[in-house]
Design a protein around this ligand. Structure first.
Ligand SMILES: [Zn+2]
Length: 321
């Protein structure tokens, strides 16, 4: 294999980080997942990543010289130009740290930094369900709501890294309080905690539901996964919760489409695993509300790389230069 043949992608989360070696076409050469060190300073996180990178290269039988570069995705706001992680609520040891400098010194290769949602967007654009689309809007629904935008075949974030922050678009004035301080943000209305609350509200009203059976009546065990499972069995309460979620997501998409004018909208994240009940509600909402854009609901599709989109996209940054 020739020199500079592979890119290293790293997707760091609050509890684990994914790391992989990819060629320019996005073929995965080797990949691994490790716990993110929770004790110590940022140096402990960067050292663990560097060690995992060495292990991966060794496993793949590649010298370090074969690295064209590394892309690092972190869960929060970053300054890609200076290489500093600005604000990572779930990994605060990185806040204010120049992670690009710290990691490039340890692995002796150029490092590019981005937010994890940006990486997921780029991953889907180059190697996933976004391939062939010049303009994309991506939403990830999970513990939080992330978003990303592609304009003219380029993933973009804007000068203040705000483009695509669809999770904090107000969907319902006076709605649930969001972690950001605002009320009724999309994230506050549809992310994990919101879905659980939407379910609990119905159960507290005395509704019978398979959710109770699946959790053995323990409310603390309710999760989007349990709700999806119950919906899959046709449970009315679970289907209502998912329809409510899909309606809010659909409204957000209608709003965002007017700003982004995407060819395709991709929806991913753990909550999107609910599948047709969720996508049906999203598409119905868009069909009825996208009056000006006339956005075709059939162009709202699931992402295809799952929770690996971020590590694919982190590596893809290396080839974007
Ligand atoms: Zn918010």
């Amino acid at each position: 294999m020739s020199e500079h043949a592979v890119a290293l992608g790293i997707d760091v989360g609050g509890t684990a980080f994914k790391i992989g070696l990819f060629d320019r076409e996005g073929a995965k050469i080797a990949a691994d997942k490790h716990p993110t060190p929770r004790k110590g300073e940022a140096g402990a996180v960067l050292a663990a990543i560097a060690q995992a990178a060495d292990d991966l290269l060794q496993h793949a039988g590649l010298p370090r010289e074969s690295l064209a570069g590394a892309g690092l995705g972190v869960p929060g706001r970053v300054d890609p130009d200076s290489g500093v992680a600005l604000n990572c609520p779930n990994l605060q040891v990185l806040d204010g740290v120049n992670v690009v400098l710290g990691l490039s010194q340890r692995i002796d290769t150029p490092v590019l930094l981005a937010n994890d949602a940006f990486c997921a967007t780029l991953g889907e654009l180059r190697y996933g369900a976004g391939q062939g689309a010049n303009n994309l809007l991506l939403l990830t629904l999970g513990t939080g709501v992330g978003g990303g935008v592609v304009i003219n075949n380029k993933a973009v974030r804007g000068p203040r890294q705000l483009m695509g922050e669809i999770g904090h678009m107000t969907i319902l004035p006076g709605g649930r309080r969001c972690g950001c301080g605002n009320f009724g943000c999309l994230e506050a209305m549809v992310a994990k905690e919101a879905m659980i609350e939407h379910a609990l509200r119905r159960l507290a009203a005395g509704r019978e539901s398979l959710i109770d059976t699946l959790t053995g009546g323990e409310d603390a065990k309710i999760s989007p996964k349990i709700i999806s499972q119950a919906a899959g069995e046709g449970d009315a309460v679970a289907l209502e919760v998912i329809a409510e979620t899909g309606t809010y997501v659909g409204i957000a998409i209608c709003n965002a489409v007017l700003m982004v004018d995407p060819d395709r909208v991709l929806v991913g994240g753990g909550i999107a695993a609910a599948g047709e009940p969720l996508f049906g509600a999203i598409r119905r909402t868009v069909k009825h509300r996208a009056c000006i854009s006339q956005f075709d609901p059939e162009k709202i599709l699931p992402t295809s790389l799952g929770n690996e989109a971020g590590v694919y996209g982190a590596a893809a940054m290396v080839w974007e230069e």
